[in-house]
Design a protein around this ligand. Structure first.
Ligand code: ADP
Length: 493
């Protein structure tokens, strides 16, 4: 939009026409004062100013325009009856957007000057807009950086207040903060520099895997305590933090000192090992004496005595199983859990185990489904131990409905799967992940049913050591299916 300012309409109208013919939008004003009022309300691209006007003359209007940031950069073409010295009109007017045309007007020259200054003004405005935008973006970026810095500082305060060693890792995997629980002289760049040589490989591979998969990483490592040169056990735990809007992952992590916990755990394990071993010796003698007694008493006709003998037998067997389980736990802990693998037919073996169960629990209905006519290469008595554990649990945790389904099948011709289903109390979903852990018992049922919480732990260890897998599917109050698989590795018939 162009504004023409001239006090004489006979000048104004033809100029307006010339410009409109060229496609420009044109406003007019007949005095300097009117022009200023219009300029306040509207942004013009170019102003054509008559120099000689009553009241404010053209130069005074131009002087006023440069006082305001809104109008300072609008180019001006002066119209003058006499030749105006350029030096005079450009005084104090530095934008460069200035020119003059003498009357009578040479139309061609006039249009050339208008076009030049008009285009210059448009470009100028665009430049100003870009500059403004950049300035705004800069301010936003600076604010964001400021806020980010504050958040980071806050996080560092929080991490500093923790009793654990706490750290953050940047998106390239380098430590960028470590709290002062970590010895100050430690090399910040490498958090594994103090890890025990025996734990180093495992720790590094777990950490690298977590970084690749962006998943929580947790494991135990021994770290050297610099002043004492002693190693202590720590729990390493790091979680990935995804930055909003950015595809970058950083990490926040801690090392928690679990040395005392570890010591207590070890004392407990040692005690368990010693106690179960010590209990086994008198139990073996008890059993031997009991058998001698049984032989002598068999000749008597005393029914009551025979009943007591039977009960005693049952209790001694129970004791034997309990001590056996405890010994197994201690063997697993000390790495002395060994296997004696042989090749055997699976179906007759399973039938035999089920027959024993029927004999022990005559009131239970056992149903067999599927079938796996295969040969297994495994430790027969250990696999029997797993089956017995699944079956006796199924009976124990089904106080109402004593029906059990045992299903066996060969999957993909390279895996045996055995499933034991009961219709008992079931297990809440959130507890199912822990069932195979050492000493774990579901609280809700722990008071009602006796047990040590190690049967499934030992079973899991046996299956793992045979290269198989295990698990549970269960609905609370409806029943459970415990299963395990064993690889056939081409050893089956
Ligand atoms: P225990 O039976 O001696 O407690 P286990 O290791 O065999 O120990 O089992 C661990 C826990 O799993 C049990 O305490 C029980 O809470 C739960 N559990 C195992 N089998 C079943 C089952 N068939 N139905 C319901 N809960 C079961």
């Amino acid at each position: 939009m162009i504004l023409i300012v001239d006090d004489r309409p006979e000048n104004l109208i033809p100029l307006k026409k010339i410009l409109e013919r060229e496609g420009y939008m044109v406003h007019t004003a007949t005095s300097g004062e009117e022009a200023l009022k219009k300029i306040i309300k509207k942004t013009y691209t170019l102003i054509i100013l008559d120099v000689q006007m009553p009241g404010m003359d053209g130069f005074e209007v131009a002087e006023t325009l440069k006082l305001s940031s809104v109008s300072r950069d609008i180019p001006v073409i002066f119209l003058s009856a006499v030749k105006v010295e350029k030096k005079f009109i450009s005084k104090g007017y530095e934008s460069g957007g200035i020119d003059y045309v003498t009357k009578p007007i040479d139309e061609e020259l006039f249009l050339l000057k208008v076009r030049n200054l008009y285009n210059l003004s448009v470009q100028n405005r665009q430049l100003i807009e870009v500059k403004d935008r950049l300035q705004k973006e800069n301010t936003i970026r600076r604010d964001t950086e400021e806020r980010l810095k504050e958040t980071v500082e806050q996080l560092e305060y929080i991490l500093e207040s923790l009793p654990q060693i706490a750290f953050t890792v940047d998106s390239s995997g380098n430590i960028d903060f470590m709290n002062s629980q970590w010895a100050a002289d430690e090399n910040l760049k490498d958090m594994f520099s103090s890890v025990h040589p025996d734990d180093l490989e495992k720790a590094k591979s777990k950490w690298i895997k977590a970084q690749k998969t962006n998943t929580v990483s947790q494991f135990e490592v021994r770290l050297k305590n610099k002043p004492t040169e002693e190693y202590r056990w720590f729990l390493f735990r790091a979680i990935p933090v995804k930055k909003r809007n950015i595809d970058e992952i950083t990490w926040v992590g801690t090392f928690t000192d679990i040395e005392e916990q570890k010591k207590i755990e070890k004392q407990k394990d040692d005690f368990l090992g010693i106690a179960s071993h010590e209990l086994k010796t008198p139990l073996t003698s008890l059993k031997a004496y009991f058998q001698l007694m049984e032989r002598i008493l068999k000749s008597t006709e005393n029914i009551e005595l025979q009943k007591y003998m039977e009960k005693m037998h049952e209790q001694i067997d129970r004791l034997k199983f309990l001590i056996g389980d405890l010994l197994d736990v201690s063997r697993i802990q000390s790495g002395r859990f060994t296997f004696d693998k042989t090749s055997f037919e699976f179906e007759p073996f399973l039938d035999n185990v089920l027959d024993n169960i029927k004999e022990m629990y005559p009131s239970v209905t056992l149903k067999k489904s599927g079938g796996a006519a295969i040969k297994l290469y495994a430790d027969k008595s250990r696999i029997e131990q797993v089956l017995l554990n699944y079956l006796t649990n199924a009976i124990k945790y089904s106080p109402e409905r004593k029906e059990i389904i045992v299903e066996s099948l060969v999957k993909d011709s390279n895996e045996l799967e055995v499933r034991v289903t009961d219709f008992g109390i079931g297990i809440p979903k959130e507890k199912q992940d822990h069932l195979f852990e050492k000493f774990y018992r579901v609280e809700e049922s722990a008071i009602r049913f006796q047990g040590l919480g190690i049967g499934l732990y030992i079973s899991a260890e046996i299956i793992k050591r045979h290269g198989g897998s295990f698990g549970v599917e269960s609905e609370l109050n409806e029943g459970s299916t415990f299963y395990f698989t064993l690889p056939l590795n081409g050893t089956h018939a």
